[in-house]
Design a protein around this ligand. Structure first.
Ligand SMILES: Nc1nc2c(ncn2[C@@H]2O[C@H](COP(=O)(O)OP(=O)(O)OP(=O)(O)O)[C@@H](O)[C@H]2O)c(=O)[nH]1
Ligand SMILES: [Mg+2]
Length: 639
């Protein structure tokens, strides 16, 4: 497996997997309903609703189920991804390390792209095509491309990837105090599932358990995988110890032992028994049932919710016409009710809407809390550093001191980031629930006095899930902490400061004076060293704190922007719907009796069509959920 020259990017399995069939069937099942629904929206000139349906159809056609593979150095992360896909794509080596995240997803042709910050406009990304065959040389720490590189994206024509699976290989973490930890947690925050790789050589170490605790706050769906079972015969004991560690920290994640080496050999020799021994078939089933099917289930739910919402809005405007024609005598009341709904919809769009207030206040509070947390942490670091310096000779302990300071700062930055990400997640949920409540109330109001075709029962019961939105929100965190290499670059700040203190000339001058003054001089020198040391560490921590604080604020602003834009777009749709309902009702009332009848009859026809579509949608949804929940297919064998 270390032979990178034999690396092959070709898909190992061209036969569509059962999971892909599920996804393709879902697209087929919803296609008809989606196209009819689009026709209804088109008849009402609702390009905004059509755009919403297009997004829904796109998500169904190309689900993206992000599985991030993380762990300490050399535990077998890259080997695991290769073994899972039956490829030798990711570089696996005892000496060369993965240095940049590699995102592997479906593509009709094998392709690879390096994504880096654009030097001209750093907020934009620059994409450079690479050869897949040379991938190994680009993602390792020996690559010449690393400067400013965010990630490498690889596309493979693999059936499993086509079902929506996106695998991310990450650089080793090396403890929570490292810059890599924050970057990895960044990726964990946007994942559907995290695969935590440890090996069977020993039980989880304390840093591994700490990392799992931090990751669990950002992604609850974690699978622990123990690699190298082929060379560690006591792997079941290690597994039992790992499970105990998890229980102690109140974590309930499965621990699955595997051998990438056996799986690799099984692929080469087409040996089904060896494949079973590798542990991969069981793991693959778990991924299909616990991750892929779950994500597809949510996609079906989201599709039904979106289509229902679009139909609700189309119905509301048609129903206004029908109601106005049916009972012109009650016109004043009808119009008053519709106008109230219109005002509420306008309010939902405004800055004073409850969801906007909660979002803005929440982000402001969170920014302040995260900043306060960071400042408190760095104040403690500063105090500890001062104490250490006071009790020592800085020139002697400087290298150890620098490495302690870098690790300590890194650890606290990671904790600070965890606080930010988990609280931002909670805020996004709170805002989404608030918005959904107000939205349902307005939809309800539009149909409140329309007994014949009430839109009351139309809204999907329960609070809409906002997982997709939150995931996309957190994707904005990616890159937000791109300054993490600061620990090493800023570390240079610490390095030179004692050259002055150790200047041989100043030491030599000290020797020329008498012993008493030597003692005084030494004292003075020590004091001066300590002052320099304190100034040096303060300069370093101030700079780290400044940059982290800037990154946090930017990340939160991005989340705020994303949530605000999504919900504002939905509020605008609702405002358009209520305005159209008022206009329709008004126009019907103002017209003569013959035109009133004609427009009411036309609206009734559309309403019947929509009612039939709703029945069809329900049937498709039931069918789709059965498709998704079908028993997991037997894990495919390398035969
Ligand atoms: N025998 C055996 N060796 C394995 C297994 N998994 C990984 N290895 C070996 O472990 C070493 C490290 O594997 P990698 O996949 O490069 O580990 P990694 O976690 O990606 O390493 P970094 O990217 O540097 O953090 C390689 O020599 C692999 O061949 C396994 O299941 N069995
Ligand atoms: Mg690796």
């Amino acid at each position: 497996m270390t032979d990178q020259t034999a690396a092959s990017a070709a898909a190992p399995n061209a036969v569509p997997s059962a999971a892909e069939a599920v996804q393709s069937r879902l697209v087929g099942q919803f296609a008809d309903v989606l196209s009819h629904c689009t026709a209804v929206a088109k008849a009402q000139n609702r390009d905004d609703l059509i755009a919403r349906l297009n997004v829904t159809a796109g998500r169904l056609a190309q689900p993206s189920v992000r599985v991030v593979v993380v762990g300490e150095f050399k535990k077998g992360k890259s080997a695991f991804i290769n073994a899972l896909l039956g490829t030798r794509l990711c570089p696996v080596d005892d000496h060369v390390a993965t240095a940049v995240p590699t995102v592997i997803s479906y593509g009709a042709e094998p392709a690879a792209v390096a994504v880096r910050a654009d030097p001209a406009t750093p907020s934009e990304e620059h994409r450079q095509n690479l050869s897949v065959e040379d991938l190994a040389s680009h993602v390792t720490d020996q690559s010449t491309l690393l400067d400013g590189l965010h990630r490498i994206e690889v596309f493979l024509p693999d059936a499993w990837l086509k079902s929506g699976l996106v695998l991310v290989d990450t650089p080793g973490v090396g403890g929570l105090e490292t810059a890599a930890a924050v970057e990895t947690l960044n990726m964990v925050a946007g994942a559907h599932c995290v695969i935590f790789i440890s090996d069977a050589s020993q039980e989880f170490t304390a840093p591994e358990v700490d990392f799992l605790v931090a990751a669990s706050q950002l992604c609850p769906n974690i699978i622990c995988v123990l690699t190298k079972t082929d060379i560690f015969p006591h792997h079941q004991d290690v597994r039992a110890m790992d499970e105990r560690h998890l229980v102690e920290r109140k974590l309930a994640f499965p621990v699955i032992p595997v051998s990438c080496m056996l799986r690799d050999r099984a692929w080469q020799t087409r040996d089904i028994d060896l494949n079973a021994l590798s542990g991969f078939p069981g793991l693959k089933t778990l991924l299909i049932t616990g991750v892929l099917q779950r994500a597809l289930h949510l996609t079906v739910q989201a599709t039904v919710r979106e289509v229902t919402n679009v139909l609700d809005q189309c119905m509301a405007t048609l129903t206004a016409t029908v109601a106005a024609a049916a009972d012109p005598a009650a016109a004043a009341r009808l119009l008053a009710e519709l106008k109230t709904a219109q005002e509420h919809a306008a309010m939902l769009r405004s800055n004073s809407a409850r969801w906007q207030v909660v979002l803005n206040d929440g982000v402001a509070d969170l920014t302040a809390d995260v900043d306060f947390d960071l400042r408190s942490r760095f104040r403690s670091i500063g105090q500890e550093a001062d104490e250490a310096i006071e009790q020592s000779e800085p020139s002697r302990m400087w290298p150890e001191f620098c490495s302690w300071l870098e690790r300590r700062a890194g650890h606290d930055v990671t904790d600070n980031y965890s606080l930010l990400a988990s609280r931002a997640n909670a805020l996004a949920l709170q805002v989404a629930e608030l918005f959904a409540g107000d939205e349902a109330e307005i939809t309800h109001e539009v149909g409140v006095s329309l007994p014949e075709v009430s839109v009351r029962g139309i809204s999907t019961p329960g609070t809409p899930k906002v997982g997709d939105l939150i995931h996309s929100g957190f994707s904005l965190f990616r890159g937000a902490y791109s300054n993490m290499e600061m620990f090493s670059t800023l570390g240079n700040m610490l390095k030179w400061h004692f050259l002055g203190g150790l200047n041989p000339l100043s030491v030599g001058l000290g020797l020329l004076v008498g012993s008493r003054s030597i003692h005084d001089e030494r004292k003075r020198q020590l004091e001066s060293e300590r002052q320099q040391a304190k100034a040096a560490h303060r300069k370093y921590t101030d700079e780290v704190q400044f940059r982290v604080s800037h990154d946090s604020r930017e990340a939160l602003k991005a989340v705020q922007r994303q949530l605000r834009d999504s919900f504002t777009a939905r509020a605008e749709q609702l405002a358009r719907t209520t305005t159209a309902a008022v206009t329709n009702a008004q126009a019907t009332l103002n017209s003569d009796s013959a035109s009133r009848k004609a427009s009411a009859a036309a609206a009734q026809e559309w309403l019947k069509h929509i009612a039939a579509l709703r029945v069809r949608l329900q049937a498709v949804a039931d069918q789709a959920q059965r498709t998704v929940a079908a028993p997991a297919p037997p894990a495919e064998e390398p035969a």
